[in-house]
Write a protein that binds this ligand. Structure first.
Ligand code: C2E
Ligand code: CA
Ligand code: CA
Length: 801
């Protein structure tokens, strides 16, 4: 484009110079050798006629004075004059005196000197005539003679004056001879003739010289113009043949004129077609209102020049992009003549620009917007909100179980799934929604139009529904879910960072609530999140600061109430906040990856403590599903057993069904290994997931711990009792030990005992205790429970609290 502009400027300058050449009027003309040569050429062309005139005039005198006494002298002059004239003609024909020659140095001076000499010679012969005739002529003959001389001089003046160097050698001797003769005659007639001749000759010379000047100037201008025309046409041709540029011109009616070949080629139209069109007529119809085109139209209307205006043009059914640069034309008197300019095809450049633009703003995989564009849009919406109060809302989507698809089927399958997910999301969103993929399995939607919370809830529900429908990819049926967080501006924030944090909190809450659900932000979530971040920070130092401690809660034989063992329950003794529940910090440990080292410490510590207990007591340790991510869990368990000396059969590991949902095969393999070592495996929180029964069949659990929510429900609902009865009988048939958690009352304990539960656990028997409190508990339970009944245990529980 820069080349284009530079070229264009050069072209305009040339055009400008051409006009200047036209305007050249009074500037002194420097005669170049080239001009001189042209003048010589002109003179040379006239010489034969001149010489013929010489001969004819001389012949008149020869005949007129035939009888005069001056005939001898006349003959002396006549013959050499004729011969010299003929020689002059021949010489000029063979020499190159007047040959057109553009190179000044080639202009030979020698022939010019010869021509001057001939001219002088002929002049001298003519100069002989006046004295000769005066000597022997009558008055009448003398007038004839001088009339002829006047003719000779004026002819010479008219023709030879074109080149004074040739004219003067002729004129001077003739004129001198005439004057001398006339003055010598001493007559009044002679004086009249001399005066008349002077006027006559002066006039002829004046006219002739003037003519010479204008002819010379004409030649100079013509020369300059020819040179410029040549340069311009060379440049134009070169430019017109240039691959990506062409020239155009429009007239006063804005329609193209003087259409060049190249323009016809690139536009795919004929010259006559183009001559009916204006520049805006070329613009592709579907391109809508382009600001650049308005600039162009404005420039044309105002007769202003315009530079590098990009416009889409329909060429043979396809859209090309042209860059147009133009400048208005005015004639000498300032009248507008149209525009001329240069165009270039920038389609390729435009396409690569568009691609770069696209990549800068879109996610390559799904074609949705990318994170960068999302951020940009968010800021735009926030400023629209600030300026015009235009409300908008945000939705964050995070896929559930996407990781397991990626892990079990590989990334290519994961990518295909993401493409399909993107298509489904697009289908349920309003058309004006801006959908982005933020990365991984996270998506974000900005609703620029103002939507009510109800409308957003409906969209969120539709999204959950559409994603819940199994995907079929490469013959595989894939079931995933999505969690959705929603925030509305300005209700939930007026700054981008605020909105982002709040919609993220809503999403997080949706994830926590259970997968495949949505949540609209609420004010309380904010402080919860702040709290959480602070805890996250502190938890990093909990292990090394010895802030973690295990508490132990007994589980008892349902029939005898004898303690069978203890469940290890983790506590965090925060230096400032006091004791923090695992329900609060275990999820943080899981999300930060701290669950690895913390879990390892728990297993190790639990084994060490249990090894000091009486041999009939077992220890139950809770394991997070995330501890199974790495191979190390089996190794850690084996090492802890070995180091503590605790027999494997005294260790029970409690897992939840989420372990079997996320990574079934891998987890089952590890559980099998643990079982092989001799460790028992219990399913914790049974009844809280969707499909506990089916998972119960996937792995031969040693023990099932029915969640406390069922036990609590027993009091109010008969249905809960029925469910418990069914679960208990199922356990019996599977030969799995059944444990009930969260037993708080005597009635519950009795009811569960009747349902043939094997083990019971809960505050009714004991709260979780410090390790140091266990001996006292054991003592009181073995010694007194049987004798004194439950009442004593209850009092024990109170003392432990
Ligand atoms: P969980 O495994 O279901 O543990 C039983 C929870 O019920 C304990 O809460 C216990 O204090 C509480 N509990 C026991 N009896 C009663 C009762 O009669 N009524 C009521 N309302 N609650 C009772 P805790 O200690 O707060 O532990 C909460 C959860 O944290 C545990 O639930 C377990 O999932 C997790 N957890 C605790 N320690 C660890 C650990 O070392 N590792 C892992 N991964 N998770 C742990
Ligand atoms: Ca447990
Ligand atoms: Ca439990």
């Amino acid at each position: 484009m820069r080349m284009n502009k530079r070229f264009f400027r050069g072209l305009s300058k040339l055009r400008h110079n051409k006009v200047a050449a036209d305007k050249m009027t009074v500037e002194p003309i420097l005669e170049t050798n080239q001009v001189l040569s042209q003048k010589l050429e002109l003179t040379a062309r006239l010489v034969p006629a001149l010489m013929l005139t010489n001969i004819l005039l001389a012949s008149i005198i020869f005949v007129a004075f035939a009888s005069s006494s001056a005939s001898d002298l006349r003959s002396v002059a006549y013959l050499p004059l004729c011969i010299t004239s003929i020689l002059a003609i021949l010489f000029l024909r063979n020499s190159n005196v007047g040959a057109h020659n553009s190179h000044a140095e080639n202009l030979n001076k020698k022939p010019r000197l010869i021509v001057s000499a001939i001219s002088f010679g002929i002049g001298c012969f003519w100069a002989l005539l006046p004295p000769a005739m005066t000597l022997a002529s009558t008055g009448a003959e003398l007038i004839i003679a001088f009339a002829v001389m006047g003719g000779v001089l004026s002819v010479a003046g008219l023709t030879l004056a074109l080149t004074p160097a040739l004219a003067l050698p002729f004129i001077i001797p003739v004129l001198a001879s005439c004057y001398i003769t006339l003055f010598m005659s001493g007559t009044l007639q002679g004086l009249y003739l001399a005066t008349g001749l002077t006027i006559y000759i002066s006039m002829v010379l004046l006219v002739s010289l003037n003519d010479t000047r204008s002819k010379a100037r004409g030649l100079t201008i013509e020369k300059a113009r020819a040179k410029q025309d040549k340069t311009i046409s060379l440049l134009l041709r070169d430019f017109d043949q240039h691959a990506s540029h062409w020239l155009w011109e429009i007239g006063t009616d804005s329609k193209f004129v003087r259409v060049l070949d190249r323009f016809k080629d690139v536009s795919g139209r004929t010259a006559s077609e183009l001559e009916t069109l204006t520049i805006p007529d070329l613009v592709a119809e579907d391109s809508g209102r382009l600001p650049a085109l308005e600039t162009l139209q404005h420039a044309i209307n105002n007769k202003d020049s315009f530079t590098d205006v990009h416009m889409p043009v329909l060429v043979k059914g396809e859209t090309s992009w042209w860059s147009m640069t133009g400048t208005p034309d005015f004639d000498k008197s300032g009248i507008f003549k149209g525009f001329h300019g240069v165009g270039s095809d920038i389609t390729l450049q435009k396409k690569s620009d568009e691609r770069i633009q696209f990549l800068a703003h879109h996610d390559v995989l799904t074609g949705l917007y990318n994170r960068a564009h999302f951020t940009e849009l968010l800021h735009q919406n926030v400023s629209r909100l600030e300026r015009y109060g235009a409300t908008f809302s945000l939705m964050f989507l995070d896929l559930d179980f996407f990781k397991s698809v990626n892990d079990s089927y590989g990334h290519p399958m994961g990518d295909k799934l993401l493409i399909d997910v993107a298509a489904r999301i697009r289908a349920v969103m309003p058309s004006a929604a801006a959908i982005s993929r933020l990365g991984g399995d996270e998506f974000a939607v900005i609703f620029q139009q103002s939507l009510s919370q109800q409308q957003l809830r409906e969209i969120a529900e539709a999204t959950l529904e559409t994603i819940a429908v199994p995907f079929e990819i490469d013959g595989e049926k894939l079931q995933i879910g999505v969690s959705v967080g929603v925030a509305l501006a300005p209700h939930h924030g007026t700054r981008p960072d605020q909105l982002l944090r709040n919609v993220d909190l809503a999403l997080y809450r949706a994830k926590e609530t259970g997968r495949n659900s949505y949540c609209v932000f609420e004010a309380g979530m904010d402080s919860v999140a702040r709290e959480r971040r602070a805890l996250e920070f502190d938890l990093r130092y909990a292990l090394e600061g010895n802030e973690l401690e295990l508490f132990y809660q007994p589980f008892v034989n349902a029939q005898t109430n004898k303690p069978l063992g203890f469940e290890a329950l983790l506590r965090w003794n925060h230096p400032i906040r006091g004791q923090i529940s695992p329900a609060e910090f275990i999820p943080i440990a899981e999300s930060t990856g701290l669950i690895g080292p913390i879990g390892e410490w728990v297993i190790c510590e639990a084994c060490n403590v249990a090894a000091t207990w009486p041999e009939h007591l077992r220890i139950a340790v809770n394991l997070s599903a995330l501890q199974f991510n790495k191979d190390r869990v089996v190794e850690i368990v084996s090492r802890s057993l070995a180091e503590s000396g605790l027999p494997a059969h005294r260790l029970e590991l409690e897992i939840t069904e989420s372990l079997l949902i996320d990574q079934p095969d891998d987890a089952i393999a590890k559980l099998m290994q643990l079982k092989k070592i001799g460790v028992s495996i219990a399913m914790d929180d049974f009844g809280t997931g969707y499909s506990s029964l089916s998972y119960m069949l996937k792995f031969p659990f040693d023990k099932i711990k029915v969640d406390k929510s069922f036990i609590t429900a027993v009091k109010n609902e008969n249905a809960a009792g029925d469910v418990l009865r069914t679960i208990a009988s199922l356990g019996k048939s599977l030969k799995v030990q059944m444990t009930a958690e969260g037993v708080e009352t005597f009635e519950q304990a009795e009811f569960l005992k009747d349902l043939a539960f094997d083990q019971l656990q809960g505050f009714f028997f004991s709260k979780p205790l410090r390790g140091s409190e266990i001996p006292a508990l054991l003592l009181s339970m073995t010694n007194k429970t049987l004798a004194d009944g439950y009442g004593k245990v209850v009092s024990l529980r109170s003392s432990a609290a």
